[in-house]
Design a protein around this ligand. Structure first.
Ligand code: ATP
Ligand code: MG
Length: 410
């Protein structure tokens, strides 16, 4: 029996793992500059937390969540997203009583039982930000701006779409109008959407089936139904975004696949990703903290799909780095061991070929690991008490008299 990883659950081997780290590092640098601090949250939680926050009628909860009973008989779920846990932790630790506003970020794996394809996996990674305690439209604009700055730092091209999906005051009116419209076109909807109609017609707007998308393109838009407060809020968000120099397009049919959003929602999309076009998405969720038992607390956030971002990174050739020590014979090998320890202590990446094969095979290894320099310790070098240094970028070789000179050259 040969084991394989589960479908949609991928190993990240080098250099993919290094790409992953680069994305995380860039994300952290960008959000820390904006004052976000890291929270490390559990990978599994009580299943009810997600049903309650993401929404009972969502695809995530109905079809995609990994739920199991633990040995204590509890219903447990692998987290399908990060916001629910962040809100749970915010309430549990009474952060609302300690800070007037809070800016958190998280990075980690998420789990959804979906049909695996390019940019869609069952274990995938998100990096996300959450802001608690700010209701002002400036916070929406800033959060969207931070998201844009992450993708810009990664040289990922995007189109930003924003919308307002209103609040509990104005959404019911829209829901009615939408339902009325969809009922007339019900025959054209996919089986899933037929079911969604009564439970949550807004879900239909997010359907990815072509025929549903066509119907939706003629549906009434929520922006025509916003209450005065929501309208003013959205207007300010757009003004502030322009002020911050963030380019965007209003997509009045944009909704999100999770129930907890209110007012501002946004998606960063890439044309290069085919069907899985959204790389980063988020919005405001002013009702969620109180819905989960905390005090009324406005909040907003986003999550970036790291796997999808990785598909969009420009290909760069790995740069050569560090030193590879090539030796001939036991005495030279011993000197080589001392040398790599010395170089590493000076912060220089250094490797040696323990196989002690031919000069040619050692040079080949140096090239394969993309070393920048080769230090040669051969018979001649031992006799003459010097080292030979070869630059693999230029092919130039020179004699080095001692360690001081070697350090100066590297
Ligand atoms: P989609 O519409 O593509 O299913 P979603 O609305 O379910 O996305 P969110 O829950 O908002 O996505 O998650 C935010 C981001 O996480 C997405 O924009 C995407 O980049 C990424 N993401 C979501 N699901 C997956 C998955 N199964 N595999 C890889 N990345 C994912
Ligand atoms: Mg989804």
């Amino acid at each position: 029996m040969v084991f394989k990883s589960l479908r949609g659950v991928e190993d990240l081997l080098p250099p993919e793992s290094e790409k992953f780290e680069k994305v995380v590092k860039t994300f952290k640098e960008a959000v820390e500059k904006a004052g976000f601090r890291e929270v490390i949250l559990p990978i599994f939680e009580e299943a009810g937390l997600f049903a309650r926050s993401v929404g009972e009628t969502t695809d995530i909860v109905q079809k995609e969540m990994y739920v199991f009973e633990d040995k204590g008989g509890r219903q447990v779920a692998l987290r399908p997203e990060g916001t629910a846990s962040a809100v749970r932790a915010y309430i549990q630790h009474g952060i609302y009583a300690k800070e007037p506003f809070t800016k958190w970020f998280y990075v980690g794996p998420m789990f959804r039982f979906e049909r695996p394809q390019a940019g869609r996996r069952r274990q995938f990674f998100q990096a996300g930000c959450e802001v608690f305690g700010l209701s002002q439209p400036g916070a929406d604009a800033e959060v969207i701006g931070v998201a844009a700055s992450i993708l810009e730092s990664l040289s990922v091209e995007f189109n930003l779409e924003v919308n307002s999906i209103g609040c509990e005051k104005c959404r019911p009116r829209y829901r009615e109008a939408l339902l009325e419209f969809l009922k007339l076109r019900v025959e054209e909807l996919c089986p899933d959407c037929k079911g969604r109609l009564e439970r949550n017609p807004l879900r239909v707007l997010d359907c990815k089936v072509e025929t549903c998308k066509e119907v939706v393109s003629e549906a009434p838009v929520i922006t025509d139904y916003l209450c005065d407060e929501c309208r003013v809020h959205f207007q300010k968000v757009k003004e502030y975004l322009s002020l911050l120099g963030v380019g965007f397009k209003v997509n009045p049919r944009l909704v999100r696949g999770l129930d907890y959003y209110t007012r501002t929602v946004f998606e960063f999309k890439s044309e290069k990703l085919g069907a899985q076009s959204t790389v980063l998405a988020g919005g405001r969720y002013d009702r969620l903290v109180s819905q989960l038992g905390g005090p009324e607390t406005p909040a907003l956030g986003f999550a970036m799909g790291i796997d999808r971002v990785m598909l969009l990174l420009p290909q760069v050739e790995e740069e050569r780095e560090g030193v590879f020590v090539v030796t001939a014979g036991e005495e030279a090998y011993r000197k080589g061991l001392e040398l790599i320890a010395f170089l590493r202590s000076k912060g220089i990446k250094a490797q040696i070929d323990h196989r002690q094969g031919s000069f040619k095979s050692q040079m080949k290894a140096a090239d394969r690991v993309r070393a920048k320099f080769v230090v040669i310790i051969g018979e001649e070098e031992l006799k003459g008490d010097f080292l030979s240094l070869k630059d693999l970028d230029t092919g130039k070789q020179e004699k080095i008299s001692g360690l001081e000179e070697l350090l100066a050259r590297l």
